[in-house]
Design a protein around this ligand. Structure first.
Ligand SMILES: Nc1ncnc2c1ncn2[C@@H]1O[C@H](COP(=O)(O)OP(=O)(O)O)[C@@H](O)[C@H]1O
Ligand SMILES: [Mg+2]
Ligand SMILES: [Zn+2]
Length: 506
């Protein structure tokens, strides 16, 4: 049977764990000195060795020769833990056992002494997922832990673990695995497995793993399954669905040149090759992130040759502009989730970006830095004309428009504490009229209107509080109003790709 690399090459001793010496050395010393804590917290990103270290610690405690910093991996206890069937080493997935009942069971169970081992070890993965009641139950055990119990909590989000729990744990911070260390481990595997792979392909894997060794090993698995001859860089891109880095360098330089046609044609090429709009934005953001870091001389963990490419490309744009473009794209990526047609939305975004040379950069910056509840969705768009006069509704008086707008803005501000996303959608609504018991708010896009409708109660609660009396919200469809510039831009984008795009988006 085929065993995946991540399992086959799982470290069996502290010394085999890569890149976490600051944790493993301390643990080994503590064991040698017999200073064993009741609870440990292993915090850090995924795929960097937290669970692996927890199991090694369990072996170190329960090995026949133990407690020992060097478990034998031969005795019954070690073997059982290796195979995951030791009755005294209990692994619990915090994400699927979040409730109080599970922890009560654990508490019940923890009262009994271990069946044949020295310690009963509870490994709780993703511990931050526990409910508050479960945490409280856990806290009771931690306050008076039975002497034979050791807890090892692992989490990718330590900030979500209550302080009361944290303060009773010895904390170890696991780090991302460096590029060279990841590459080194991959080289060990290809040597042992006799895998033929181009150096550049291996480096690409190490880079894309972004510090998660498990991911690097998983990618290698996938590639071995894909090709039994020499694995090339191109294969890695194909299998992992990575856009060629070149694409982003090219898009960047066309944006700098203000060549909308070329930018859109590259975007379209990627679409055709099956890369999703979200992946494209994310890829481009990653490109800009590296550009920014290299530009500002921050140390980044990429091969020297890559670094040189980014340094050269970085000279085209100031860090300030890169940051602002990133902000624009981050906002766009968030909005794209609500878009009914992400493909077209992406074209629109990229078309806008490519005109940033034609439109003075100050103008983009200004619109980006407008109030957080600006009703402008995008930068590079000129002011929309307000038209309250045309919004007369029978039974409603159209109040002073500024007063209504002000009130609605406050609603957005209040909702922000509950949900930033919802607040930014609310800000897109335009209050058009009000009477004694309701306010009419217009949304141009159906999906924005629906999101707010879903949260009608919450919105009305805040609105009533702000108005000082009970008010309902009535939703109104908005006409499609695009500014001249907006429609020109969209038209330009659509002309270039009309047939293909429209049939795809359908
Ligand atoms: N620091 C490391 N040293 C060696 N191998 C590692 C390391 N981190 C992860 N791995 C590999 O990835 C696999 C999964 O690691 P795991 O300990 O489950 O990560 P985590 O619990 O942090 O998500 C291991 O079986 C091992 O093959
Ligand atoms: Mg884990
Ligand atoms: Zn042993």
């Amino acid at each position: 049977m085929y065993t995946v690399f991540a399992r086959k090459y799982r470290p069996r001793n502290f010394d085999e764990i890569i890149g976490q010496q600051h944790c493993t050395t301390t643990l080994k010393n503590a064991i040698s000195k017999g200073r064993i804590a009741h609870a440990y917290l292993f915090a850090g990103p995924r795929g960097v060795g937290k669970t692996t270290t927890a199991r090694i610690l369990a072996k170190a405690l329960n090995c026949d020769n133990g407690p020992t910093p060097d478990p034998c991996n031969e005795c019954t206890h070690c073997k059982e833990i290796l195979q995951g069937n030791s009755v005294d080493v209990i692994e619990i997935d915090g994400a699927s056992n979040r409730g109080i009942d599970e922890i009560r069971n654990l508490r019940e169970n923890a009262r009994y002494t271990p069946s044949s081992s020295r310690y009963k070890v509870y490994i709780i993965d993703e511990v931050h997922m526990l409910t508050i009641h479960a945490f409280n139950a856990l806290l009771k055990i931690l306050e008076e832990p039975p002497p034979h119990i050791v807890f090892i909590f692992a989490t990718t989000q330590p900030h979500k673990v209550p302080q009361t729990i944290l303060s009773r744990c010895q904390r170890f911070n696991f780090r991302k695995i460096g590029f060279e260390d990841t590459l080194g481990m991959l080289k060990v595997i290809i040597e042992k497995e006799n895998i033929k792979i181009e150096e550049s392909a291996l480096k690409l894997i190490a880079q894309k793993a972004d510090g998660a060794l498990r991911d690097a090993e998983g990618m290698l698995d996938q590639l071995v399954a894909y090709s039994d001859t020499l694995i090339k860089e191109e294969d890695v891109r194909n299998v992992l669905g990575l856009p060629r880095d070149d694409v982003f360098f090219n898009i960047q330089s066309y944006i700098v040149k203000g060549d909308t046609k070329e930018v859109l044609s590259l975007v379209q090429q990627m679409t055709v090759s099956g890369i999703s709009p979200e992946e494209m934005l994310t890829g481009f953001l990653e490109h800009l992130r590296l550009l920014l870091l290299v530009n500002t001389n921050v140390k980044v963990d990429i091969p020297p040759k890559e670094r040189e490419r980014y340094t050269n490309a970085g000279s085209q744009l100031s860090s300030d502009v890169i940051l602002r473009i990133m902000r624009f794209l981050l906002e766009a990526r968030r909005e794209m989730r609500y878009s009914e047609n992400p493909d077209i939305y992406l074209l629109e975004i990229m078309a806008r970006l490519s005109t940033f040379k034609a439109v003075p950069i100050e103008e983009i910056i200004e619109s980006l830095e407008a109030t957080p509840y600006s009703t402008e969705r995008h930068p590079v768009v000129s002011e929309k004309k307000e038209s309250y006069e045309t919004d007369k509704i029978p039974g409603y008086e159209t109040k002073q428009k500024d007063a209504l707008k002000e009130m609605w803005k406050k609603v957005a501000g209040a909702v922000e504490k509950d949900s930033k996303t919802l607040a930014s959608i609310i800000a897109l609504g335009k209050p058009v009229a009000m009477n004694d018991d309701s306010m009419v708010v217009e949304f141009q896009k159906g999906f924005h209107r629906e999101s707010v409708k879903d949260n009608k109660k919450l919105v009305e609660k805040h609105l009533s509080k702000i108005a000082g009396r009970n008010l309902r919200v009535v939703f109104k469809e908005g006409g499609i109003r695009t500014t001249e510039k907006e429609s020109a831009m969209l038209k330009k984008a659509l002309e270039l790709f009309s047939a293909e795009v429209l049939s795809r988006g359908g």
